[in-house]
Ligand binder design. Structure first.
Ligand code: SAH
Length: 218
């Protein structure tokens, strides 16, 4: 048997059947997701399920998102390569790694220390030296490195946090699940058109764990 337990062919099938077949078209996103070893970002006992078509538990009551959702959100950022991106809700670090394949620099924030530390370790081991992980409240963004060409939030917010909108570069996109309910949200894309001008689009229904924090749920 192949040394990697067939993970490479499972990854290629995931890209074909879960992403391309459902309309993901960006060559950058398809290439990145064909390269990141998702099996290294899930808990060891879940490794055989790494390429399943759904989210998986990663500990501390949190989940690694379904591959299709990671692809959809990343594609919505409309990156061309080399940009500066902010990732809120590091979780396993998988989405940060996918972004790290495309962007020039990724700044990722996770509020749970145990997950932030584990993700930082995996990202370093996988060679992602352009991804930095911070433990803290991501609803306030990471002002030090703004403006961001893209901001992606992997947890559902009651409303779009103003602090994140204002850390976008002109022309940049913020992709975030928003909903008045705790468990079902609309995936929203906010584009900063000018200093004080924003456009909002609804990309469809999604389900995420809640975004907890100052500009999230309490
Ligand atoms: N992108 C992740 C998905 C993680 S799930 C992956 O690829 O695995 C969402 C994560 O958001 C959880 O780990 C949760 O702890 C975190 N989170 C929730 N509220 C947050 C906040 N205010 N700041 C930073 N992280 C937050």
């Amino acid at each position: 048997m192949n040394r990697d337990n067939g993970f490479e062919s499972q990854r290629a099938s995931m890209v074909d059947y879960q992403l391309r077949a459902r309309g993901i078209e960006s060559p950058l996103v398809l290439d990145a997701m064909g390269r990141v070893a998702r099996e290294h970002f899930v808990p060891k006992r879940m490794r055989e399920c790494a390429y399943d078509d759904g989210p998986l538990p990663i500990g501390a009551g949190q989940t690694i998102s379904q591959p299709y959702i990671v692809a959809l959100m990343t594609e919505a950022l409309d990156l061309e390569g080399g940009e500066k991106v902010l990732d809120i809700g590091t979780g396993s670090g998988y989405a940060a790694a996918v972004l790290g394949c495309i962007a020039g620099a990724v700044f990722s924030i996770e509020r749970i220390r145990e997950l932030a530390d584990r993700a930082a370790g995996v990202l370093a081991a996988e060679g992602f030296d352009n991804v930095e992980v911070l433990c803290g409240d991501g609803t306030m963004g990471w002002p030090e490195h703004q403006p961001y060409d893209g901001i992606i939030v992997a947890a559902g917010a009651p409303a779009v946090p103003d602090s994140l909108k204002h850390q976008l570069a002109i022309g940049g996109h913020l992709v975030i699940p928003v909903g008045s309910e705790y468990s079902v949200q609309s995936l929203i894309r906010v584009t900063r058109l000018a200093e004080d001008e924003f456009r909002t689009e609804d990309l469809g229904s999604v389900r995420f764990v809640p975004l907890l924090g100052e500009q999230g749920w309490s």
